[in-house]
Unconditional design. Structure first.
Length: 423
């Protein structure tokens, strides 16, 4: 069956690449992926699939088969703001597919179509393809507006899906993500950091910047002092945790002619260690508030839990890696990468055995305005073959799925998880 699915994917290659190009030129930010959803639903409808479930505003799933093992496939729908990209959506913050989520959708669509073509449902079990919205943690004002309206409860797609119970019946999940490191063909057993989103609002007092500066309290100076304190804290970061703190000034003052009364800084605290991430976040809050007080200002700090660190299921990675070796030599696979990037796949991985393997074929810089698809055959078709072959392996050998599931222990209960998110 594996050799047959390879032939089918080769026959579908032109259509897969065509779909990938179309999606790449249809970028939309999270929870707004309506055109993308329409394109994918038509593609799948034409192949005989019916939408099984809709969720998280723009997410949806299609399935085939029944019972267990229940294999989940993940494809992310959303783009990210990227000024200057040639395919940027100028009507929505220059959204562009510079994280290559569009390629995931094309790959996974071709995978489930090919599996249907080779009658994988003759094997016991079920395959569900989940199209997940809003992986990029951006456009927060819009997402908070949706939360206020009650359309969603959480600002990230997979977290919202966990809240809705979308993954409750799944035994394990396969995800893949483009990588910018072209030294390797694939990446296996990849880890991701987690992060906390922090918003610092420094509040001072406005006055005429030239005539009455002594009557003002400069919020920008308070922020600048905090930046120095944050820099001094960086020398205390533990190397193996790969702690990071970075951000942008989203409001730097009101007019050049007035002492800045309000300055807003938004940033991420990242780490592989959840407890240390929380502790570092508290240190930064303390530093910001006291730096502001030292200059007569105040600082309001708002924390939003972002994503938890992602720990891949090693047993599942080994099965995928066996299929990677059909297309490359062992030295072309990056093993056990510790990426300081983050994704809401980390939250899913708390509850379900999950992997996110990397695939190459991207040119330029990930998240950059020069990012493009360099090798379509390698990116779309090889990655689809690895995924489809892995699904066939798992459904042909339910004992492998049992070993994966039996060796997995959730990192926390659902109650503990949502208590953490809602603190």
């Amino acid at each position: 069956m594996k050799q047959t699915v390879i032939k089918v994917l080769d026959q579908m290659a032109d259509k897969t690449i065509e779909l990938g190009r179309k999606l790449f030129k249809t970028p939309e930010l999270g929870f707004k992926e309506f055109k993308t959803k329409e394109i994918l639903m038509k593609e799948l409808s034409d192949a005989g699939f019916k939408v099984e479930r809709e969720f998280a505003r723009t997410g949806f799933s299609v399935s085939m088969g029944s019972g267990h093992p229940h294999i989940g496939l993940i494809a992310e729908l959303d783009a990210i703001p990227t000024l200057g990209h040639p395919h940027a959506n100028l009507n929505d913050q220059s959204a562009a597919h510079t994280c290559a989520h569009s390629t995931q959708c094309a790959i996974m669509t071709s995978v489930i179509k090919a599996l249907k073509e080779v009658n994988v449902t003759e094997l016991p079990g079920k395959v569900t393809l989940f199209f997940t919205p809003a992986e990029e943690f951006t456009d927060m004002a819009f997402r908070h507006e949706l939360i206020t309206k009650g359309e969603i409860q959480y600002p990230a797609g997979k977290i919202q899906m966990l809240y809705e119970g979308i993954f409750d019946d799944v035994d394990l999940c396969l995800h893949l993500h483009a990588m910018g490191n072209d030294q390797y063909r694939f990446a296996s057993d990849s880890h991701l950091a987690g992060f906390i989103y922090k918003k610092f609002t420094f509040v001072g007092k406005a006055s005429h910047a030239a005539v009455l500066p002594h009557l003002g309290v400069n919020a920008l100076n308070a922020f600048t002092l905090f930046q120095s304190a944050a820099g001094m804290l960086r020398e205390t970061f533990v190397d193996e945790d790969k702690n990071r703190f970075h951000g942008i000034v989203t409001e730097g003052g009101q007019t050049v002619n007035s002492i800045p009364e309000r300055v807003v800084y938004e940033g991420y605290v990242r780490s592989f260690n959840t407890e240390n991430m929380k502790a570092l976040s508290d240190k930064l809050t303390n530093a910001a508030q006291h730096c502001a007080q030292a200059l007569g200002a105040e600082c309001i700090v708002e924390d939003t839990p972002g994503y938890l660190p992602f720990k891949p299921c090693h047993e599942l990675s080994l099965i995928v890696e066996e299929n990677m070796l059909h297309f490359c030599s062992p030295d072309q696979i990056l093993h056990d990468e510790k990426s300081v990037a983050a994704g809401d796949i980390g939250d899913l991985g708390v509850f379900v055995p999950t992997i996110q393997f990397g695939y190459g074929g991207v040119g330029g810089v990930i998240h950059g305005k020069n990012m493009f698809i360099e090798d379509e055959q390698r990116l779309y078709i090889e990655s689809a073959k690895v995924t489809a072959m892995t699904v066939i392996d798992l459904m042909s050998h339910p004992d492998k799925v049992k070993r994966v599931v039996d060796s997995f222990k959730p990192a926390m209960t659902k109650e503990e998880y949502f208590e953490y998110l809602n603190r």
